[in-house]
Design a protein around this ligand. Sequence first.
Ligand SMILES: [Mn+2]
Length: 435
Amino acid sequence: MEIRVSELSLILLVGASGSGKSTFARKHFASTEILSSDFFRAMISDDETNQSVSGSAFEVLHHVCTKRLGLGKFTVIDATNVLAESRRPLLEIARMHYVPVEAIVLKVPPEICFERNRSRGNRNFGPHVIENHTRFLERSLEQLNHEGYKAIHILESPEQIDQVQIVRIKEEFNLKEELGPFDIIGDVHGCFDELIQLLTKLGYDLIPVEDIDDQRTYDLSHPQGRKLIFVGDLVDRGPKTPEVLRMVMRAYERGLAYSVRGNHEDKLLRKMKGNPVKVSVGLQKALDQLATQPAAFSERVLDFLDHLPFHIILDQGRLVVAHAGLPAELQGRIADRVRAFCLYGATTGEMDSFGLPVRLDWSNDYHGFARVVYGHTPSYEAFWKNKTICIDTGCVFGGKLTALRYPSLEIVSVPALQTYMEPKRPMLHPSEDPQ
Ligand SMILES: [Mn+2]
């Protein structure tokens, strides 16, 4: 039996004393990943069986759990966890850090649990205590479904427990092994001609090719092996959305480019999937342009957009790219709140005089480890604040198309060839605070 868990999870082992939780934990997890109630009892009182210090032991365990999940570290709780009130604080810590929780239940006959405790000389767990644990566990099996786990894995026998394999799933945002060098490109919005100019300026070779549907495009390569990263909003508003997508999709398929999802990709995708969407002027342009392409192209586009991650983490965690930015506590997390932030950033819930949501500048108090590169908010110049940089310089509004070279942090831009659309609200000057 295989148990697949996210590389960032909180795992609760659930089982009576003597059900083999610690053996199971040691077999499958690194020692630093395991927070065991016995260990913390011993740390406090020199006696891992001293039940009178359990309260303090769990206080410390919860504290360490909070710190680990705060750092985004995979964590396993080795405690009986047979009572709902002992699980509740752990679920709460995980929720606060946007970490999914999985329960692994070890169901072992009470006779075996008792015998294991006896042979260890552990007198705290006589037949009555084990019976209680077993009864609590039975009750828990009904409760677990309502407590908000991502998954509940029930192992029915010592044999099944022996045969389990734990597989850790790498999340789509984890590109930490991609070390660069990169050229990170701001919001393109269908400005294909400017993109070609920018790529040429960055030293890319553009080789004309015919795509699988005989349409013309370019294959990209860089003599220094550089890779492209797009901050999203490749589509809408501008004159050549299909051309941009075609070229970027080919580079992506060849492992030479990555992109995160912008709010415009997200909306186009929802529309293509047949969901009700308010079609703006900019989106209508993209839909009209896509309608001129061979039918199979839309299928490819839909599949590409559907797989775009909301944020990506590169270069051993030193670089994060998200369309509207991402504060440290949401990086490497999966939650609706993370997705919403990546697409739209932080908003106050109010509307400004242009009828657009008032944006909060999250970068003012950014003190994370990673540099964060984002777009979404057009301004006249790319600008750093703390370790974050916005590289949307409003090409489609007649500004520039900008690249940030990484790791050199050099900025390279080309001017827009024309103003394709008027911005709904004026572009920002770098000195201006968006608030
Ligand atoms: Mn945007």
